[in-house]
Design a protein around this ligand. Structure first.
Ligand SMILES: *[C@@H]1O[C@H](CO)[C@@H](O)[C@H](O)[C@H]1NC(C)=O
Ligand SMILES: *[C@@H]1O[C@H](CO)[C@@H](O)[C@H](O)[C@H]1NC(C)=O
Ligand SMILES: *[C@@H]1O[C@H](CO)[C@@H](O)[C@H](O)[C@H]1NC(C)=O
Ligand SMILES: *[C@@H]1O[C@H](CO)[C@@H](O)[C@H](O)[C@H]1NC(C)=O
Ligand SMILES: *[C@@H]1O[C@H](CO)[C@@H](O)[C@H](O)[C@H]1NC(C)=O
Ligand SMILES: *[C@@H]1O[C@H](CO)[C@@H](O)[C@H](O)[C@H]1NC(C)=O
Ligand SMILES: *[C@@H]1O[C@H](CO)[C@@H](O)[C@H](O)[C@H]1NC(C)=O
Ligand SMILES: CC(=O)N[C@H]1CO[C@H](CO)[C@@H](O)[C@@H]1O
Ligand SMILES: [Zn+2]
Ligand SMILES: [Zn+2]
Length: 618
């Protein structure tokens, strides 16, 4: 279902963007001109370096015998965070900068005579215009993945966002995975190839390889028990994976290190299942787990497409000879892990370290002891140039208007003037749905799930890239007519009841950024995980993080409680709205036959229309 929706979404997205372009040609040219003259923050302009606002790391990295650089949930953020609002510049490194960093770090490892591995834990699709802004007939992340593949990844694994749309899975099978020579791992995820009936692993199920320094590594790539995958793909439960004869055979031989990459949070979830299966055979062999912040809880609740993660920095140790690291999201974090190995003869703790780097050029240069003049490699520069050209090709700098201020998902309370959810549901959606709508004479009450919005909106030019980043999903709005206002309001309250919706304050199933005491540190992540010592590379004051309701609504119309109104909602939540309506009243039994399409405008058009209508005034 999610897959189908997303396919439709992608198709519609493109249609919408081209249709919109035609109807607003005049505004478009005005907006572009004013953006150029009125603002120096062109959205495709990359803040290459802003030494004044980026705090350097607090200390050198600790190197071990085996060292790992880890990325996860990049979701298309390959040009880094490009806005000037705090703390975005801290994450301003491009994938080209990252490539230069990795290449220098590999040189440093060589000089030190140690190993350095580069690992990714999945979710390359869905998230920015570079992945989602493709023209009609294109495939999500097909182009951006070509740049991703220019990095010397030693191990990669699959995320759930590689599995929502069959064509995306097929695309990585045909065009992305072959570039990694057997190191793209999907131990428990398969695909059915066109014209065949059986299923085959999407990547390799495991890899055994020798590091530069001759250490044997056995690597696996494990996806959590994901069920939202598209037809033509399959995911095996982790409990079943560890019983597979091939799995038992693969882990039989003892390597220097088991490297378990996986799209699964390091706290809870199913890592202990894999870990225990290996420990049963090898009580002392070092095991490194590189996870992502996925959680089943969040999948159901938080996210629109079942894509929710806590997406946070985290670390834990399942025993003293293992470490599990989870390195954030959206290229807001690059993870570092080091291990000093021993001969595996005694049950002594291994010395591990971990660090969460802010991905920016100041960080990268600090840790490589290089400067602006000698940092860039030619491949790094060509990656950045290529990504900028892709942004141009996808017309991502198309400007809808100029946002007057920042609107954030978590750093402002909901509802409030600075809340991106308030902007969306109280301003943008009512405005966009009212555009030539024959139902305009009937008052309405509009409900959406908060997970339908994905990222902040920052002040300044609001581009196609920003629209796709903030509000990517193309679901239609439906309505049920003649619902008394009082009942419509009860539906919202019912949907937000803890029993129905759970409580986002349960969010941090591991480390979470918390509000720090007053200090002079800069804004950013402040991590409290369960590994020894401090993991944050740069010391920050924590950003405010407000809990959000799962469901949000427009302002109720100024009519009496009994007035029949149109109860409008995103089609995605229709089953929950109908169930709720049936639970709060017994006069009528509602079914999906009572719900009708409300407007041709879909979810991800709302902010675009609103920006055109409201953010083009001087
Ligand atoms: C998937 O790709 C095939 C082959 O390119 C194409 O015919 C089909 O329309 C695509 N399906 C969707 C839903 O985009
Ligand atoms: C590394 O793996 C190879 C191939 O499986 C094996 O022959 C060799 O003995 C292993 N080396 C060590 C030190 O375990
Ligand atoms: C994946 O394919 C392999 C090989 O064809 C098969 O043994 C395995 O059971 C399949 N797993 C899933 C989850 O379909
Ligand atoms: C070894 O590591 C474990 C797991 O992190 C920890 O609980 C234990 O205290 C450590 N033991 C020593 C002697 O440091
Ligand atoms: C960088 O320079 C510092 C200070 O001179 C030194 O301690 C550190 O080892 C150097 N780092 C690398 C990776 O060369
Ligand atoms: C913040 O900086 C001011 C001025 O430099 C200093 O006086 C103060 O002690 C600092 N506060 C903290 C909490 O570090
Ligand atoms: C609501 O409607 C009533 C009656 O029509 C009117 O007196 C009142 O001013 C309205 N309130 C708002 C906030 O518009
Ligand atoms: C650690 C760091 O670089 N913090 C910066 C994050 O961004 C804000 C806004 O630009 C700066 O004020 C911080 O110094
Ligand atoms: Zn993700
Ligand atoms: Zn994911």
């Amino acid at each position: 279902m999610a897959g189908k929706r997303l396919q439709a979404a992608n198709a519609k997205k493109s249609l919408f963007l081209s249709a919109m372009k035609k109807t607003i040609a005049v505004i478009y040219s005005l907006a572009v001109i004013s953006a150029v003259y009125a603002c120096d923050d062109d959205p495709t302009h990359i803040h290459r370096r802003a030494p004044a606002i980026i705090t350097p790391p607090s200390r050198q990295l600790d190197w071990g015998d085996i060292n790992i650089i880890h990325t996860t949930d990049t979701h298309g953020w390959l040009l880094g965070h490009q806005k000037t609002s705090s703390p975005e510049p801290n994450y301003s490194g491009t994938f080209g900068d990252f490539s230069s960093f990795v290449s220098h770090m590999k040189d440093i490892a060589d000089k030190k005579g140690v190993d350095l591995l580069l690992v990714d834990s999945g979710d390359l699709h869905d998230g920015t215009g570079l992945t989602d802004g493709f023209p009609p007939g294109g495939i999500d992340a097909h182009d951006s993945n070509e740049f991703f593949a220019k990095l010397p990844y030693d191990v990669l694994t699959i995320g759930n966002h590689e599995l929502y749309v069959y064509n995306n899975t097929l695309d990585i099978y045909n065009n992305f995975i072959p570039k990694f020579n057997g190191r793209y791992l999907s131990s428990n995820a398969n695909i059915t190839l066109p014209g065949t009936s059986g299923t085959v692993p999407i990547g390799n199920r495991w890899a055994k390889f020798k590091t530069q320094k001759g250490r044997n590594v056995t690597a696996l790539g494990v996806l959590f028990d994901f069920t939202g995958n598209d037809k033509g793909t399959s995911v095996q439960k982790v409990e079943d994976l560890v019983k597979e004869p091939w799995f038992l055979e693969v882990i039989k031989e003892e390597p220097a290190l088991f490297l378990l990459a996986g799209h699964m949070p390091v706290q809870k979830d199913k890592w202990p299942v894999v870990f225990n299966a290996i420990r049963a055979v090898h009580p002392l062999t070092p095991i490194v787990i590189l996870g992502d912040a996925h959680s089943n809880f969040l999948i159901i609740i938080h996210s629109h497409l079942g894509s929710g993660h806590s997406h946070i920095r985290d670390c834990t140790q399942l025993d003293g000879r293992s470490m599990s690291l989870q390195s954030g999201r959206y290229m807001e974090t690059v993870g570092w892990l080091s291990a000093k190995l021993d001969d595996n003869k005694a049950n002594k703790n291994i010395t591990f370290t971990r660090r969460y780097l802010d991905p920016n050029r100041v960080t990268y240069e600090y840790h490589t002891n290089l400067t602006e003049t000698d940092f860039d490699t030619s491949i790094g520069k060509s990656i950045t140039t290529g990504l900028l050209a892709l942004a141009k090709k996808f017309n991502l700098d198309f400007i809808y208007g100029t946002a007057p201020r920042d609107y954030t998902l978590n750093q402002d309370p909901y509802p409030s003037e600075g809340s991106a959810l308030t902007l969306f549901i109280e301003d943008a959606v009512p405005y966009a749905l009212a555009l030539s709508n024959p139902r305009n004479n009937t008052p309405n009450f509009i409900i959406a799930n908060s997970g339908s919005q994905r990222f902040d909106v920052y002040s300044g030019p609001f581009s196609k890239n920003d629209l796709l980043t903030a509000s990517p999903y193309a679901d239609p709005f439906f309505y049920i007519p003649s619902v008394p206002l009082s009942q419509a309001k009860q539906v919202l309250a019912d949907l937000n009841k803890p029993s129905t919706a759970n409580d986002l304050s349960d969010y941090g199933n591991g480390a979470s950024p918390v509000k720090a005491a007053d200090s002079n540190d800069t804004l950013g992540y402040v991590t409290h995980d369960s590994c020894p010592g401090d993991g944050d590379d740069t010391v920050h004051k924590a950003l405010a993080q407000y809990n959000l309701p799962h469901y949000i609504s427009s302002k109720p119309p100024n009519v009496s409680e009994q007035t029949p109104i149109d109860l409008v909602f995103i089609n995605f939540i229709e089953p929950r709205v109908i169930a709720s309506l049936n639970s709060i009243q017994k006069v009528k039994v509602y079914s999906s036959a009572d719900a009708h399409q409300y407007s041709p405008v879909v979810l991800n058009q709302a902010l675009g229309y609103y920006a055109i209508g409201h953010w083009n005034k001087d």
